[in-house]
Ligand binder design. Structure first.
Ligand SMILES: N[C@@H](CCC[C@H](N)C(=O)O)C(=O)O
Length: 297
């Protein structure tokens, strides 16, 4: 018989940006020295482990040593903390697809009342507190305002793509281009100026398909491919979708609008206002079970 008495684990995704989710409510199952970068890499390895773009540890903020420093006064309101790791083991400040899945898992695991999820709760992240909730057909997260980081460029297969740096808590370089996205080779991360992005950057290549004024304001439609810091090309990036939506509107001289963002793994919606950015989209739990003692070693 397989000894499946190891720690509980779930696998899920948001628009095919996939995650291994590790419930650890009181911080005793996966302390930092156990969930080290090497173990994160093994979990995310698509041959050796479960395979994923990242890991989400579901832990209460009270059991995250650096939570107070990043959450400040919001610490008391953030019962839960999304401890996110990229597939290479690095920490990221924020993850827009991950936080929707995180809320879904909190409810599915009985850690949060479904009514509270519908009302919206504040979740701690390394990028600060974020309000996330369940809507009629998916999940939404209030990401806060996009913060411009200045102009930059990405070099891909010898071609230079001018872009705009945008922080959504984590750094992005959004390159608006007319080049057909299918033709791009994202097998390797685009080269960027390390002086502009000392902590690395997620790079989005974006086609603006439409942008128009209607009775309820500006609507736009974009599509993107993304090369994520700490991962490589993924099929979606929630924070990247927000950065791309903001940059597409800004390029047309607008500071607000509703943007449909098509990613290889599905569709997201982003509502940009001068004060904040709200991302909406699906979150799916694919499986749940336990890690085996054999694999953990
Ligand atoms: N895919 C995520 C972003 C994950 C973190 C990113 N790779 C980084 O290092 O900043 C999303 O959905 O936002």
């Amino acid at each position: 018989m397989i000894d499946a008495s190891g720690p509980r684990v779930l696998k899920g995704h948001g628009t095919q940006n996939d995650f291994v989710v590790l419930p650890d409510p009181d911080g005793t199952v996966w302390p930092e020295d156990r969930l080290d970068a090497a173990l994160v890499r093994r979990l995310c390895d698509r041959q050796e482990g479960l395979g994923a773009d990242g890991v989400l540890r579901v832990v209460s903020s009270a059991h995250v040593p650096d939570a107070a420093a990043v959450l400040g006064d919001a610490l008391d309101e953030c019962t839960w903390f999304m401890d996110h790791r990229n597939a290479d083991g690095s920490h990221a400040e924020m993850c827009g697809n991950g936080i929707r899945l995180y809320l879904h898992v909190l409810v599915a695991e009985g850690l949060l009342d479904a009514e509270q999820a519908r009302a919206g709760v504040l979740v701690g992240t390394r990028g600060g507190p974020r309000r996330v909730g369940q809507g009629a057909d998916g999940y939404w997260v209030d990401m806060g305002p996009a913060r411009p980081l200045g102009r930059g460029e990405a070099v891909l297969s010898g071609v230079t793509y001018p872009g705009t740096g945008v922080s959504m808590g984590n750094p992005h370089l959004v390159c608006l281009t007319d080049v057909a996205l299918e033709s791009l080779d994202l097998a390797h991360a685009p080269a960027v100026d390390p002086a502009l992005f000392p902590d690395g950057v997620n790079v989005e290549l974006v086609n603006v398909l439409s942008a128009e004024e209607g009775p309820s304001g500006t609507t736009a439609h974009v599509r993107l491919r993304v090369s994520e810091r700490g991962v490589g090309e993924t099929r979606s990036c929630g924070t990247g979708a927000c950065a791309a939506a903001w940059a597409a509107l800004d390029a047309g001289g607008r500071s607000a609008g509703t943007v449909t963002v098509d990613v290889p793994g599905g569709r997201l919606s982003v509502e940009v206002t001068p004060g904040t950015t709200v991302l909406s989209g699906p979150a799916v739990v694919v499986s749940s079970g336990t890690l085996t003692r054999e694999w953990l070693g």
